[in-house]
Structure formats: C-alpha cells, structure tokens
Design a protein. Structure first.
Length: 224
C-alpha cells in the first residue's frame, strides 16, 4: 500500500514538473524550444548563383574621363551708354510659394515579406568556394567541437553567442556569400539557426554545407 501511494506521488510530481516546464518554455523562456521538430528542407544551390561574385567585392571601379576645359575666347567688350533706370519695382501681395517636402521614408530592416532561405552546397562546391577569399565560412558547433577540428579559414560563431559577434558581421556587405556548417545531416540545426540570425540582419546569399564536419573529415581521410 505504501509502495502504491509512493508511486502515485512520483507520477504526480513528474506530471507537474512537465507542465511547469512546458509553461515556462512557452511563456517565460527567452529562447523557446520547439515542441515538434521542424523538418529542414534545403534546395540545392545552383552554380550560377553560388559562384557569382558579390557586387561589393568588385575592385573594378568605373573610370571617368575628364575632358579638357574649354578655352574661353575673349569677347570684345561693347560699351553702352549709361542710362538711368526708370523702371520701378512692383510689389505684389501674392504669398510666397510654400515648399512642400515629401515625407522621408525610413528604411526598416526585413521590409521584405519573406526572409531569404539558405540553399545547400555539396562537398565539391565547398572546395571551390574555399578558393574564393570573398566567401565567409562559419562553424556553428560548440567550443569543444571547434577546438577538435574545423574547416580551414572558417570562423567560429555558436548560435547562442551570436550577439557577441555582431561587431564582426555588422560591417559586412549584405550580398556577401556566407556558408554555415555544423556536424552535418538533419540532426544538426545549428547551421540553420546561424543563417536565420544572419537573415534578420539583411544577409541574402546564405548557404549551408549539409554534409558538415562529418563529411568533411571523412573526405579528407579518404584523400579527396
């Protein structure tokens, strides 16, 4: 009898704890955890879109040819006899024309109705992108995984520490190509979280290396 009552108390405590946890997650937690895992569907990036350089990275500036100043030919001065100005100034009572200023339109972030969705890149595409210094790679894994190994040239931004890295990315051009990756596969949402936060800042050319560090390490071990 005592065992059954103790079991009931444990079950009640578990139910209350679960309800409190769900209530805090939905109402009070600043970082809500989705109760149902959303399936991330990525579209394969097209080469024409992926390897087109950003407009801001172009170093070719338009050359403006300045023409030589026109030589002014001296005009003969014609002396006219001084005449007394007999015209009188006419005063009008018409009110001055008021200058109508158009209301200034303030640019608000994320004015578009839909945020850009990241596209998936393959291992072969990653190898080509690494040769382009204009492409930024972001490792979204935790500190221990980053220290154990990462793709050369990548920077480390863990999604929970994104605000600490805002000074680093705020000055980047919004059309810069950014490739995020984590461990790889559908079980790693960290790269998606990084791309979502970057999209909030107006970045448009976002990509995800779906194979991630797992595929990268495997390919390098096979000498590919």
């Amino acid at each position: 009898m005592n065992n059954s009552s103790l079991l009931r108390e444990i079950v009640v405590i578990i139910i209350i704890s679960v309800c409190l946890g769900i209530g805090y997650n939905q109402c009070a937690s600043p970082k809500k955890i989705p109760l149902l895992r959303e399936e991330q569907v990525l579209v394969q990036a097209d080469d024409s879109q992926l390897f087109a350089p950003s407009a801001s990275s172009s170093t070719q500036q338009p050359t403006i040819e300045t023409s030589k100043p026109l030589e002014q030919t001296p005009q003969p001065s014609v002396k006219t006899p001084m005449t007394k100005d007999t015209t009188s100034k006419v005063k009008t009572n018409a009110p001055p024309i008021a200058k109508v200023e158009s209301p200034s339109v303030k640019e608000t972030p994320n004015s578009s109705s839909e945020k850009p969705k990241p596209a998936s890149v393959t291992y072969s595409q990653v190898l080509r992108l690494l040769e382009d210094k204009d492409v930024l790679f972001i490792d979204a894994r935790n500190d221990d995984e980053w220290n154990a190994g990462h793709i050369p040239g990548a920077i480390h931004i863990f999604p929970e520490d994104f605000q600490k890295h805002i000074p680093e990315i705020i000055g980047l051009p919004r059309d810069k190509r950014i490739v995020a990756y984590c461990s790889g596969g559908p079980e790693c949402p960290l790269s998606h979280e990084i791309c979502e936060q970057l999209a909030n800042f107006g970045f448009k050319r976002l990509f995800i290396y779906f194979g991630g560090w797992t595929e990268w390490k495997k390919m390098k071990a096979e000498g590919k």
